[in-house]
Design a protein around this ligand. Structure first.
Ligand code: BQZ
Length: 668
């Protein structure tokens, strides 16, 4: 996989491709202006962290007091024999000082702490602060191209395939403990996979049967297991074991709540068994939620059993406390620019110009660096006609299965106008479907562009007998049916989404198609989308890798994508599904790039989703935060909250923010 950050290489590749590859489509993508700036020194995988034992370990002074009081075992007994050791060479400000608070502001709200059952904790980095996953993707942004051999290890320390790549043996770290001191071991992984992922009644982030074409798990010993596949796989499949899919939960807490082990439990009671108003949950992450004041704040305290250290033997993280102020996504950027928050992914172009203006001043608490375009917006049409409730919905979904219908909607869009409605300036670029241009798999020459063409759009609808038979200005369903009014669900807290949907609606109205916006809160939007409970759905998605939250955009499993969950696959979808399987089963980067180009061609020429625009994003981190490496992308292999490696961040004593709960740890 070419390295994401090496824009010069990418630019060279793209130029080379443009010179060599013939124009594949009548309408090629327009030229793109990149806003990404920084050149960053790329390093090796082992230059970030490795596993090993050190001569001695130390801990945050507040923990020593608890050890002296007999509340905690000594740090050497709380750490694994060979913890993860972060290399100082990759820490721009070196090993850190303990203490203080890292201040997040987020727009989401904790749904509950049972992440294995699909509950989120409010997004914006809170999920990743609590969860640790088998492998890790975020820090890969800084790994040089020739070492991009797959995900980084984490709880899974190493893995290997058998001769014909049909078995993947995984070796777990030994001696890791949950935040309540309970040992992490293979039973946690088995419970995650067999009783959450593979149990169709659990809404896990990895749908049943979607991993390795329904792989089975075999336990070998307390720290070793293997997946057995029905067909050969490759390193790529291991990417699925990263956040958000591959993060085991505490089996010693949850098994008793699961219907398979408790006859009085239901799947609903299981999902709700770790309610957001009961703290602290048991976690593996660097910080533990100890206070949740609804709509106000989640306060997290360091996890005394966290299994990572710096090269001097200091147990991580450095911050004793992490805050998640429960506000809005726009306020996250406003507070970062004002200096009252420490972090923001700038992703609402509506506030880009003002945020950039303020961040340019010398005394600004933050600096803004743009990356490539990784945030893309699209409307998906539910094509699962068989799963529709009622004749009208079934008829609408049947119409959505017509490629000419989707192409008509795509051609009806003036994407330049939508981009400018979002934010004046050079930010927006057309998005059709498939990979965003910031993906290493994006290829402009393989992208069929649907330019603004109202006449062409109307001709396509006429050809489908979708015409205005009653003269009221709205086209009717084929055969003189009902007016064509498409309900579209959208997160009403996502300004950039609602703005674009309004622009899209007014443009489609011009060709006689009405969108009926259904605004819901973020948690409902997430549930509606992943449950396929919508006619149409508008959202922002960052389609960079076909192995991350793949069910949101690709036919990557029996009930994927969410917008054709149970439906019969369209012909091109069958081809894309086969390409995805081939993509996961080859370790050959050139073969993967070709498969990705073919997937991009199919999903764009068939308007699999109805894209609007894509934008670059900029990461804002307060200047008092040390080790926030310059150039961390908002999203590449994962969101910046993972890529910036928060367990390595620290603030000098004189700049630390006072803790709200000094000296405290989670009490179970
Ligand atoms: C980043 C991210 C970290 C989810 C969420 C949110 C959910 C989606 C998506 C983003 C938020 C922030 O994105 O917008 O900048 O901090 O959390 O997880 O959009 O509604 O379901 O996929 O990641």
């Amino acid at each position: 996989m070419t390295n994401l950050k090496n824009q010069k290489l990418m630019l060279g590749l793209t130029t080379a491709l443009a010179l060599v590859a013939p124009a594949a489509f009548a309408d090629e993508m327009p030229p793109e202006t990149s806003l990404s700036g920084l050149d960053v020194e790329l390093i090796g995988r082992e230059d970030i962290y490795s596993y090993g034992s050190l001569d001695s370990y130390s801990e945050a002074p507040m923990l020593t007091a608890l050890v002296d009081a007999g509340t905690l075992p000594p740090v050497g007994e709380r750490l694994p024999a060979e913890p993860i050791v972060f290399a100082s060479g990759a820490m721009v400000d070196g090993v850190g000082e303990y203490g203080g608070v890292f201040r997040h502001v987020i727009g989401g709200r904790p749904e509950g702490w049972n992440w294995m059952a699909g509950q989120h904790q409010g997004w914006g980095g809170i999920n990743m602060a609590m969860q640790e996953c088998l492998v890790r993707q975020g820090p890969r942004w800084q790994v040089r191209a020739e070492e991009q051999s797959g995900p980084l290890p984490n709880l899974a320390r190493s893995w290997s395939f058998n001769d014909d790549n049909t078995e993947l043996t995984i070796n777990l770290m030994e001696g890791v403990r949950w935040s309540d001191g309970d040992p992490f071991d293979v039973e946690d992984v088995r419970f995650w996979y067999e009783d959450n992922v593979q149990d169709e009644s659990v809404a896990s982030r990895m749908p049943a049967g979607s991993f390795g074409d329904n792989a089975t798990l075999e336990v070998i010993d307390d720290y070793t297991f293997k997946f057995v596949f029905t067909s050969p796989q490759s390193e790529t499949i291991v990417e699925n074991l990263a956040y958000i899919q591959g993060c085991p939960g505490p089996s010693h807490v949850l098994k008793d709540q699961h219907p398979t082990y408790n006859g009085d439990a239901t799947y609903d009671s299981y999902t709700q068994s770790l309610p957001n108003d009961v703290t602290p949950p048991v976690v593996l992450g660097a910080w533990v939620p100890v206070v949740h004041r609804p709509d106000e704040i989640v306060i997290m305290r360091r996890n005394p059993y966290y299994f990572k250290v710096d090269e001097s033997g200091q147990q991580l993280p450095y911050y004793n406390e992490m805050h998640f102020r429960l506000s809005t996504w726009g306020d996250r950027t406003a507070q970062a620019v004002a200096g009252s928050g420490d972090f923001s992914n700038m992703e609402d172009p509506g506030n880009y110009v003002e945020a950039l203006r303020q961040s340019q001043s010398d005394d600004s608490p933050v600096a803004a660096n743009f990356g490539p375009r990784v945030l893309a917006w699209r409307m998906v049409l539910n094509m699962d006609a068989a799963g529709a409730e009622g004749e009208d919905e079934a008829a609408m979904r049947t119409l959505f299965r017509e490629t000419d219908f989707r192409l008509a909607l795509s051609h009806a869009l003036d994407r330049d106008a939508i981009g400018q409605a979002l934010a004046r300036g050079p930010f927006a670029y057309p998005y059709i479907s498939g990979f965003a241009t910031g993906s290493p798999y994006y290829d402009a020459a393989s992208s069929d562009y649907q330019p603004f063409d109202q006449a062409g759009a109307m001709a396509l609808l006429d050809g489908l007998d979708v015409i205005d038979t009653d003269g009221n200005g709205l086209r009717n369903m084929p055969g003189g049916g009902a007016d064509l009014i498409i309900p579209v669900t959208v997160d009403n807290g996502a300004n950039a989404s609602t703005k674009q949907l309004e622009a899209m609606a007014s443009q489609l109205e011009e060709i006689g198609v009405r969108l009926q916006m259904r605004g819901v809160d973020q948690t409902t939007a997430d549930t509606v989308f992943t449950g396929g409970q919508f006619t149409a759905f508008f959202s922002r998605d960052n389609i960079i890798l076909p192995t991350r939250e793949s069910c949101r955009s690709w036919p990557s499993g029996p009930s994927c994508p969410h917008f054709n969950a149970g439906g019969e696959r369209l012909d091109f979808e069958v081809e894309v599904a086969d390409m995805l399987t081939a993509f996961q089963s080859t370790g050959d980067a050139a073969e993967q790039a070709k498969l990705a180009r073919d997937m991009q061609r199919l999903v764009t020429e068939n308007a699999y989703t109805i894209g609007t625009v894509q934008i670059p994003a900029a990461l804002l981190v307060n200047k008092r935060i040390k080790n926030a490496h310059p150039g961390v992308p908002v999203f590449m292999y994962e969101w910046a909250e993972d890529s910036v490696i928060r367990e390595r961040l620290w603030t000098a004593a004189e700049d630390q923010i006072d803790e709200v709960l000094p000296g405290q740890i989670a009490e179970y």
